[in-house]
Design a protein around this ligand. Structure first.
Ligand code: GLN
Length: 497
């Protein structure tokens, strides 16, 4: 078996090969390590963990030999550098944390460790997960492994904020990875990189040990090459955690078991408000195609209305900075991370924060403190919270008529690095189809469904009711089966040659 063969296995296939002893975990891990080296110029990792990964792979092989292999034993993964990892640097892609080595492990990454996975390293992201293009990282841009046929020399963004984690899967630098999604940061990069990714219901995964961005919106979730792999990963990542009071005690269903169900008679909602001006025709066509695919599986299409959709982005960009500004108050140069000494304590705070935070982070802190200030709290923050409730109500009303909702994931394919940079509002528009779910706490999955005329991947989003990821996975898998998305970035095609 060649390294290329090994790298082409999905997570489920790799597990089978390991179980059947056709490959060892060391071989599997080494295949990924050598590919990580090959893909180095994509800048996917902030911190690599390759030596330890090799050691762990040996332990996994021993477990396969002595019959103590765990559910994901020996699977090499990558972890977004927003999850604290014990004794492994965790930066949030910021200068202010670039020397931070946590003495503890986040609950989600601990659960994946306990399931037997091997952490190859920490992936690059937008600084503090603020962004849609992975261009706000202190550690430089991540390059999408996909290239446009029209302009093959132009580097494209992988999406953001979990750009490194998404690119890692598309570039075969890991079998699975973790992401976080506050306004779309799992789904939009999944769409841009031609892979699957799910943001579960708020409270499904523990947020403990994840660098906090906007706590009422943040959720962890997995990326993988296909829907089934995501289902397996999410099952392992989920569950109540006494260390996070917002994590739910809801039972975690076997998501993997859900995916082969019939969708005959199931009602798929199509929200009219998601036909936005200026959306490329190809995305609209793909959405129609998705509708046809589900119809041919026996699902029924129902038109629904989510009337407050147009307020989702404005409400998000009040609530998100408000929470971010208060969460980021902890980076004071005293307790941990960067310290730039000043003349007195206040001056130290100022200098540390001025040097430690990037522009986008400062923008959010300034907006956040403004909307929370005494004079404007009611006008902005409280108003946005009320709008948030109306957005949830829209969805709850819609779910009286349908089981899931189908939408495009993002209003465009991956764009060139540097585009939208001088216009934050345009950048924020990337999230028009994703943020409403974070405001409402709903689960959403992006599944690769096709490519545009330039050969770039496009995703469709399946939105579920609260706690109903099982149906989301089931419907997503029907689209995956119909789409037969076998496209690969050229850089991966070449590897196969
Ligand atoms: N792009 C959105 C933002 O910048 C979402 C980011 C995220 O989900 N982490 O806030």
């Amino acid at each position: 078996m060649t390294r290329t063969d090994i790298l082409n296995f999905t997570l489920t296939e790799s597990l089978n090969e390991l179980k059947n002893k056709n490959i060892s975990s060391v071989e599997l891990t080494d295949a990924y390590i050598s590919n990580i080296e090959r893909m180095d110029n994509l800048n996917i990792f902030i911190t690599k963990n390759l030596e330890k990964a090799r050691e762990q792979a040996k332990e996994s092989d021993a477990r396969y030999q002595n019959g103590t292999a765990r559910i994901l034993e020996g699977i090499p993964i990558a972890v977004k550098d927003l999850f604290c990892t014990e004794d492994l640097r965790t930066t949030a892609a910021s200068h202010i944390l670039d020397n931070f080595v946590p003495p503890y492990e986040s609950t989600v990454s601990q659960k994946l460790k306990d399931a037997g996975t091997i952490n190859l390293g920490k992936t690059n992201l937008d600084q503090f997960a603020m962004g849609s293009s992975n261009t706000t990282s202190y550690f430089g841009n991540v390059v999408n492994p996909w290239r446009s046929k029209a302009a093959p020399d132009v580097d494209l963004v992988p999406g953001g904020s979990s750009g490194g984690s998404a690119a890692a899967i598309a570039a075969r630098c890991a079998l699975a990875s973790t992401g976080t999604d506050t306004g779309g940061s799992i789904r939009q990069p999944a769409s841009f990189c031609g892979i699957a990714g799910i943001k579960p219901t708020y409270g499904r995964c523990s947020r403990w040990g994840i660098v906090a961005f906007a706590s009422s919106l943040d959720q962890a979730g997995p990326f993988a090459r296909n829907v089934e792999d995501c289902a397996i990963l999410l099952r392992e990542m989920s569950g109540h955690d006494p260390k996070d009071s917002t994590s739910s005690k809801q039972e975690v269903p076997d998501f993997q078991a859900a995916i082969n169900g019939s969708i005959k008679g199931m009602k798929i909602g199509i929200p009219k408000e998601y036909r936005v001006d200026g959306m490329p025709e190809e995305i609209d066509a793909l959405w129609q195609q998705g509708i046809e695919w589900l119809k041919s599986e026996g699902a029924e299409i129902v038109d629904i209305s989510l009337p407050h959709t147009k307020y989702a982005l404005p409400a998000y960009y009040i609530i998100n900075p408000a929470e971010a500004s208060s969460n980021l108050a902890r980076y004071d140069g005293v307790r941990y991370g960067l310290r730039v000494p000043g003349e007195n304590l206040k001056d130290t705070y100022k200098k540390t924060r001025a040097e430690g935070f990037g522009d986008e982070v400062k923008r959010r802190i300034i907006i956040g403190t403004y909307v929370l200030s005494a004079g404007y709290y009611d006008a902005y923050y409280i108003k946005a919270q009320k709008v948030r409730r109306l957005i949830l109500n829209d969805f709850l009303e819609a779910y009286k008529k349908c089981d899931v909702i189908l939408t495009p994931t993002a209003p465009s394919a991956a764009f060139p690095i540097g585009e939208n940079e001088d216009d934050p509002i345009k950048m924020y528009l990337n999230d028009v189809f994703t943020v409403a779910l974070n405001l409402a706490g709903l689960p959403g999955l992006s599944v690769p469904a096709g490519v545009d005329k330039n050969g770039l991947p496009l995703g469709l989003q399946i939105v579920g009711n609260l706690w109903d990821e099982a149906t989301v996975f089931n419907v997503a898998q029907k689209i995956e089966n119909a789409a037969q998305f076998n496209f690969k970035p050229e850089i991966i095609e070449k590897m196969a040659a």
